[in-house]
Design a protein around this ligand. Structure first.
Ligand code: IPE
Ligand code: IPE
Ligand code: MG
Length: 238
């Protein structure tokens, strides 16, 4: 796939602000999450058109279980609904769907749906869509550390072979390039335990727009801002 000039290869989005969007309209928070799903659909299609290679969306954090049970179940039901409803068209559009996060906490039914959806789309060569569900950046680093430790304990690798590259390859998304651009909607200036390792040199873009109101024009603005940045990766200006 050819890369359009100025288009970041890997964009990650913290889709925040659904609850406030609903509250502003005197609606239940779940209504905001449903509106947020519509934005997901539009932004996934747009990212594919732009030839973004990898799009990673933060859908449910490892801390979001702290929300009231009715909101947690509304979010999980919406996830199941979206998986069922969207998988065929994602597949038709050559999108490869990947769920990142600790899925072992989900019901067997949902885990099976996730595995089936991933299998169905695994050979697709278009946009890679990563959905972070029960994901935490610290969990991700820890699971990689544990796997490496096991390999060392079993004598499969030596301690000297615990390198940054090997470690990175075991992290979620180890096969994909590091994130170029992180976008957070909803006006907060924080990472909220989203990707940590993978954003070491990402450009960060924050907008006050609430996720259900995010659109193609605002996505273009984020990409323009990204293109106006000078990425030095610790070096100096050429
Ligand atoms: C983001 O919207 C979606 C999830 C965390 C699942 P929020 O639900 O956090 O919305 P606000 O931040 O309360 O407005
Ligand atoms: C981050 O938003 C998680 C997702 C968008 C899935 P939160 O609303 O959970 O983050 P905090 O609590 O404001 O940090
Ligand atoms: Mg929030």
């Amino acid at each position: 796939m050819t890369q359009k000039r100025g288009i970041p290869s890997h964009v990650a989005i913290i889709m925040d602000g659904n609850g406030r969007w609903a509250q502003q309209r005197n609606q239940l928070r779940a209504v905001g999450h449903r509106a947020g799903l519509k934005t997901v659909r539009k932004i996934v299609a747009y990212a594919a058109t732009l030839k973004v290679k990898v799009l990673t969306l933060y859908a449910f954090s490892s801390e979001n279980w702290r929300r009231p049970p009715n909101e947690v179940s509304a979010l999980i039901s919406l996830f199941i609904y979206a998986l069922k409803r969207e998988i065929k068209s994602l597949n038709k559009n050559n999108v490869r769907l990947n769920i990142i996060g600790d899925i072992s906490r989900f019901s067997d039914n949902l885990q099976n749906m996730i595995i089936q959806a991933q299998n169905l789309t695994k050979n697709n060569s278009g946009l890679v869509l990563n959905i972070a569900a029960n994901y935490g950046g610290r969990w991700d680093i820890l699971q990689s550390a544990k796997k490496m430790a096991t390999q060392v304990t079993n004598g499969e690798i030596t301690l000297d072979e615990v390198t940054e590259d090997r470690f990175a390859s075991i992290m979620c998304m180890g096969e994909f390039p590091d994130v170029d651009l992180v976008i957070r909607t909803g006006g907060e200036y924080r990472i909220s335990n989203f990707l940590l390792w993978q954003i070491a040199y990402s450009e960060l873009y924050f907008t006050d727009t609430l996720w259900p109101d995010f659109n193609q024009t605002l996505f273009d603005e984020a990409i323009n801002a990204f293109n106006a940045r000078e990425r030095r990766f610790g070096g100096i200006r050429n």
